[in-house]
Each structure stands twice: as structure tokens, then as C-alpha cells.
Design a protein around this ligand. Structure first.
Ligand code: G3I
Length: 302
């Protein structure tokens, strides 16, 4: 293939990017988006603060802009994200206990129902584990509603949109030896053994000097896949955009049959949440970087 999406498709995979609705009027941006990618993730537009700014009042305009842009061009959509401790609207931040549990489940149900049939995979729950060596859940208002909040969210999402793959998504879960990785693995194994409806695990894969790519990444992907879930690289960016590291990530995904797609967290360096790290595949002026060539070659050779 001559583009990221077409080359990934030849390997039975997708290649996606995060998209911001307000950039869809930038033709330099949409030219690259429409040419290269066949999966999109709304960068912020499906988060709780965007979709339910007031309790019970749902707002889907900018999310629908992205979904319609993508689906009318044959691209699929990863939904991001239904339940998260961050980017909660003020009304939710101030809730707790059974009222919060009910509001969270209603949010999952309403949003997944609204987009039913249009979402390839949902990040049902995002970033629910703590950093560091504890292997514990992250403390949050959602966690304080009871340890079963994650499985409750997955069951609500399945009921609302039975056709979407349901993913758990997190960062710093790339290194197989890290406590956080092992803790997520243990949860997924438990969910599979008890029939909790989980289909996939998203590895954000924000690699930087503090949490670099490590060669056991492939072991991480294959170990999770062996539990009977798809694995997806969901928010890839690499500080400095080393071509060799991008190539390794692609090769690792291609080596794992159930690694069914890669998403980069933005198109041009100027689109990145960490733009000063120049971590993406295109320069701020839209030129292909050496990392782009490495990714394309790896997709075509693998
Ligand atoms: O839209 C408002 C704008 O109205 C306001 O004037 C401006 C002032 O700060 O803020 C704008 O919202 C910002 C939003 O991005 C849209 O640009 C928020 O402040 C800012 O916090 C938000 O950052 C996003 C961040 O998640 C927090 O939700 C980043 O764009 C987005 O790339 C980042 O993505 C996350 C994933 O969802 C989860 N994994 C980690 C990843 C990187 O942090």
C-alpha cells in the first residue's frame, strides 16, 4: 500500500488517528486525514464533559461532526471514552455513592445508545489503575462507588450497543514487568473468567523519556491477546519520533494476530498534546517525517 490505512488493511488491520472537530475546516489537516487513515478517535468530543455538560442534557454535535466525516469516507470510529475519572463535568465531579454510580451508568447507556451501530470499539473505561508499584485501582469518585464499577460500565455498554467492541484503555501499561500492567492483566483475566463483556484492551502507548518503549512490549501485547481479547494501540506518540522505535511498535503489533489496529494521537506535531516533543508522523506543515516512512515500510514488509 501507499498510505498508512491501505497498508494496514492489507495486513487485516487499521491505522487511525485522533481527530479534533474544530480542525475539520483546516484543509491541510483533512487532506492528510482523508488520505492516510481508516480509523478515527475523537480526541475530546466524546468525553463526559463534552457529551453530558449538564446532568441529563446530552450534547453530541461535535462528536457527530467527526463520526459523520469519518463514516461518510469509509473510516471507522473508536469511541473515547464513556467512564473516566478525568474530564468530568462539574455536576459529576461533585457526586458520590449510589447517585454517582447511577449517573455514570446512565451516561454509558445514553451515549452508547445514541451512537449504536456507528462505533467500531468503545473505550468503555479509561485509566482506572494507579501509577507506581501498588498495582491498585486509581482512587477516584468512580472507584469510591465500589470496586465493581468497571464491570458495571461494561455490562451497560454491551446492553446499549451489542455490536461495538468494548475496550479497557490505559497508559503506562506497555512494560510487561510493571505493576500497573500486571494489575490490568489480572483484571482482564478475571473479567474473561466471569463472563464480564470485554472484547479488547487499549494500550495508549505515549512513549517518552520517562516511560520509554521497551522490547517486552510485544510480550505485553501477546500476553493480553492470549486471554482472548483483541489488543489495540490507541494513542501512540513517541517523544522525538524515532523512526526505529515507530518501526518496532508496528512490527510488534503485526507479530500479534489479535493486535488489530494502531492509532496515533494526532496527525501533525502541531496537533499533539505534547507538541514540543515532536512525537508524531507529520511535521507541523504536513510533511511526512522519517518515522512516517518507517511505519509505512514496516506495514508493507511485515
Ligand atoms: O475546549 C476548551 C476551550 O474552550 C478552552 O478555552 C481551553 C482553555 O484551556 O480549553 C479547551 O479544552 C481543552 C481540550 O483539550 C480541547 O483542546 C482542555 O483544556 C484540555 O485539557 C484538553 O486536553 C486534552 C486532554 O486529553 C484532557 O482531556 C487533550 O486535547 C487530549 O489530547 C488528551 O488526550 C488524552 C486522552 O483522552 C486519554 N489519554 C491521555 C491523552 C493525553 O493526555
Amino acid at each position: 500500500g501507499t498510505t498508512l490505512g491501505a497498508s494496514a488493511a492489507e495486513k487485516g488491520r487499521y491505522f487511525g488517528t485522533a481527530v479534533a472537530a474544530f480542525k475539520l475546516s483546516d484543509s491541510a489537516y483533512t487532506t492528510i486525514l482523508n488520505r492516510e487513515f481508516n480509523m478515527v478517535t475523537p480526541e475530546n468530543e466524546m468525553k463526559i464533559d463534552a457529551t453530558e455538560p449538564q446532568q441529563g442534557q446530552f450534547s453530541y454535535g461535535s462528536a457527530e461532526q467527526i463520526v459523520n466525516h469519518a463514516r461518510s469516507r469509509g473510516m471507522n470510529v473508536r469511541g473515547h471514552t464513556l467512564a473516566w475519572h478525568s474530564q468530568q463535568p462539574g455536576w459529576m465531579q461533585n457526586m458520590s455513592g449510589s447517585a454517582l454510580r447511577q449517573a455514570m451508568l446512565n451516561h454509558v447507556t445514553q451515549v452508547a445508545t445514541h451512537f449504536r451501530g456507528q462505533i467500531y470499539a468503545w473505550d468503555v473505561v479509561n485509566e482506572a489503575f494507579a501509577d507506581g508499584s501498588s498495582g491498585a485501582r486509581r482512587d477516584s469518585n468512580l472507584q469510591r462507588t465500589g470496586n465493581d464499577w468497571i464491570e458495571a460500565a461494561f455490562r451497560a455498554a454491551r446492553a446499549a450497543d451489542p455490536g461495538a467492541k468494548l475496550c479497557y484503555n490505559d497508559y503506562n501499561t506497555d512494560n510487561w514487568t510493571h505493576a500497573k500492567t500486571q494489575a490490568v492483566y489480572t483484571m482482564v483475566r478475571d473479567f474473561k473468567s466471569r463472563g464480564v463483556p470485554i472484547d479488547c484492551v487499549g494500550f495508549q502507548s505515549h512513549f517518552n523519556n520517562d516511560s520509554p518503549y521497551v522490547s517486552n512490549y510485544r510480550t505485553t501485547l501477546s500476553s493480553f491477546a492470549a486471554l482472548g481479547v483483541d489488543v489495540q494501540i490507541t494513542e501512540l506518540d513517541i517523544q522525538g519520533a524515532s523512526a526505529a522505535t515507530y518501526r518496532s511498535v508496528v512490527e510488534d503489533c503485526l507479530a500479534v494476530a489479535r493486535c488489530n489496529g494502531i492509532t496515533v494521537w494526532g496527525i501533525r506535531d502541531s496537533d499533539s498534546w505534547r507538541s514540543s516533543q515532536t512525537p508524531l508522523l507529520f511535521t507541523s506543515s504536513g510533511a511526512k517525517k522519517p518515522a512516517y516512512d518507517a511505519v509505512l515500510a514496516a506495514l508493507n514488509n511485515g
